[in-house]
Ligand binder design. Structure first.
Ligand code: GLC
Length: 664
């Protein structure tokens, strides 16, 4: 299947990719033309066709030539000789004129493998012959390929322009990964013939679909990243453009119209009768749910934020920035931003939302300023700042966005951060302070410190609390909010390190038998009754109330890679890999350490599958984590210190303001 994006490069993937990849004795030969561009896996179609001597169609070759020209290409071939011979012919006999040198390199590499297969030494004459037409690096590449093939079993070779690396078993897809790809592909939804998203779940055991047969915006993000990592960009592009069209849909809850710019929580492709004379004619339509049908009528605040984050990732991955520069895409982004930045009654730079407005889409006591939304909000603002075109109409918005970013990071870093020292400060807080210089600005009563936290908080490490309101700190640890604060540099570098240290030191609480706890700890007894409204799905240590969600693995992996601790993610993935496929990819797990499959968990939950795949692929290709991460922005820090210094209420103070930790 070929796909082309205007102004971008082309990629090609065989519909047989999965079956070829699943060959355990696959030989992988990879050549890189440009490390700046991302990896696009290229798999030869129907290798078995070689036995009948069929070569690829000429048009395929031309496309292939073009793909070779623009992107990194990998070949995965079953390792028995006739197929290798076919590969050799493919590269030497087809009209690959786009890049002679690369063609030659492939041909030599394939020959080397072929020779090795029949336990022969490669003829040195062939080598010098090859190197005379190519460049020095090609010669080196083949030389080292040979030295490796002489020593190693030839099943696995990794040929790069710079040399040859033997692939470790880590670099191959495990059987669990192969199963995950099959399931992920099975969940793909098409609209007018084009893939546009993935179903939330394809549970073979549950007849009660509820809305799990829809494409959820937030659920599709790990699927999208998995497809991007695989070099299959079209589905992501189609998703971005089709959901954009849904944004301006007419939406009503009874007789009220929610704000323009809202992105739906999910959508479904429906086939409806076509208006006209033909009673049998039908058409497909996209039917969005903005929360007006969702359980509890919850507003999907996170959808638009994730959409912006994905738009940037798509650009970074494909190099196709023309998509984000399109007028309709810029307008859609601005609509989301305007909705988020609209003035209200808020006193804080954090986004004020109702309960259940994100992944936790039921009543769980997270109304107000939940960390997860703040982290996604910050991330979306950072992404938009990169993507918004510097045009007349956008300058005001850019200014608003920049000052919000500064204020938001100051607020979160200062007031959401908790560690042993801060806890001790709160323990000794004075209350009812009326002044601009109050230490206890939010009038937190020390008695609010929950007993579990006093013993649980380690000497080293800390985290961002779940929510902050007047006289209220939600001390629960929410994984997604903390992880995404690391990913997007909402937390300082030191805070980010402390969060990962905390997860490491409290491994059993966060990872246990299945990564990753959605929040810690659970509400129990009276608290559960009052705060969840006695929700039977959210009983203690189940679902959103302290359940364990495999999907969170991918955000954990991105955070670990960003902080230079991939081994932490590896450990968690190992835990998941031991049982996730046997358990049939549940949506979530129950009990304090995640030992049981969730009471009402769907099986074959797509984002559990995709989250696992993304984690595995990112560990093999860690630089791709930068599609999602943001680094510390000194300009924003400076803007924040200027704002604080120029505040007239602070100017007249006799004592200088205590220097904020994060501004130094
Ligand atoms: C549940 C989850 C929500 C998810 C949806 C679809 O409602 O709480 O986060 O998007 O299922 O999987």
């Amino acid at each position: 299947m070929f796909s082309s994006a205007p102004g971008a490069f082309q990629t090609w993937t065989s519909p047989h990719a999965t079956s070829l990849c699943s060959s355990p004795s696959a030989i992988m030969i990879e050549a890189g033309l440009s490390t700046a561009l991302t990896r696009g896996d290229l798999v030869l179609p129907q290798m078995s066709a070689c036995s009948s001597g069929t070569l690829c169609r000429a048009s395929d070759s031309a496309m292939l030539g073009s793909a070779l020209h623009h992107t990194r290409v990998s070949l995965q071939l079953p390792s028995h000789a006739p197929q290798v011979a076919f590969a050799r012919r493919y590269f030497t006999e087809t009209k690959l004129t786009a890049n002679k040198c690369l063609q030659r390199r492939f041909s030599l590499a394939v020959r080397a493998v072929s020779q090795q297969n029949s336990v022969q030494q490669l003829d040195s004459a062939q080598l010098s012959n090859g190197s005379s037409v190519s460049n020095e690096s090609c010669k080196e590449s083949i030389n080292s390929a040979l030295s490796v093939t002489e020593k190693l079993r030839p099943e696995l070779l990794y040929v790069q322009p710079k040399g040859v690396l033997p692939l470790s078993s880590k670099d191959l897809e495990s059987p669990v990964e192969r199963e995950a790809w099959e399931l992920l592909r099975a969940s793909i939804v098409t609209y007018c013939g084009n893939p546009v998203g993935t179903l939330a779940a394809l549970d073979p055991t549950s007849p009660d679909l509820l809305n799990y047969d829809q494409v959820f915006i937030r659920d599709f993000i790990p699927s999208a990243i998995a497809f991007l990592l695989k070099g299959e960009h079209d589905i992501v592009r189609e998703f971005l453009l089709n959901t954009l069209r849904l944004q301006s849909w007419e939406k009503t809850v009874d007789c009220y119209d929610p704000g323009q710019g809202l992105m739906p929580a999910s959508f479904k492709v429906r086939t409806v009768p076509l208006e006209g004379d033909d009673p049998l004619a039908t058409e497909e339509i996209l039917d969005p749910d903005f929360g007006e049908a969702a359980i509890g009528r919850v507003a999907p605040v996170d959808s638009g934020l994730w959409w912006i984050i994905l738009l940037r990732a798509y650009g970074k991955c494909t190099g196709d920035y023309s998509l984000q520069e399109r007028v309709d895409v810029q307008t859609g982004m601005k609509m989301i931003l305007k909705l988020c930045l609209a003035d209200g009654f808020d006193m804080f730079p954090t986004l004020l939302v109702t309960d259940g407005s994100c992944m936790i889409d039921r009543r769980m006591g997270i109304h107000g300023h939940p960390l997860e939304i703040q982290a996604l909000f910050y991330s979306a603002l950072r992404c938009s700042r990169e993507m918004l075109l510097r045009e007349d109409g956008a300058m005001e918005l850019l200014r608003a966005l920049t000052s919000r970013l500064s204020a938001l990071s100051f607020h979160i870093r200062e007031y959401y951060w908790i560690d042993l020292k801060k806890l001790n400060e709160i323990y000794r807080y004075k209350t009812e302070e009326y002044s601009h210089d109050a230490v206890n600005k939010f009038n937190i009563y020390p008695d609010q410190i929950p007993p579990w936290l006093v013993d649980w908080m380690p000497d080293e490490g800390g985290y961002l609390i779940g929510n902050l309101q007047p006289a209220h700190m939600d001390f629960r640890f929410f994984s997604l909010g903390n992880l995404w604060s690391i990913v997007t540099s909402l937390a300082t570098f030191e805070q980010s390190e402390s969060i990962l240290n905390l997860i490491d030191s409290k491994w059993n609480d966060f990872v246990g038998a299945m990564p990753l706890k959605i929040c810690f700890p659970a509400f129990e007894c009276e608290e559960w009754r009052i705060i969840t409204g006695s929700d039977p799905k959210n009983t203690p240590w189940s679902y959103h109330n302290g359940g364990s969600w495999p999907v969170l693995l991918w955000q954990f992996t991105v955070a670990c890679i960003k902080m230079g601790k991939p081994e932490l993610a590896e450990r968690a993935i190992e835990v998941a890999e031991r049982r996730i496929s046997k358990d049939r990819w549940p949506e979530y797990y129950d009990t304090r350490t995640g030992r049981f499959i969730g009471k009402q968990a769907r099986l074959h939950q797509t984002w559990s599958i995709a989250g696992f795949l993304v984690s595995k692929m990112l560990l093999k290709n860690p630089q791709a984590a930068s599609w999602l991460t943001c680094e510390e922005d000194l300009e924003l820090l400076e803007a924040c210190s200027c704002l604080l210094e120029n505040n007239p209420k602070r100017k007249g103070r006799t004592k200088p303001a205590k220097k904020s930790k994060f501004l130094v």
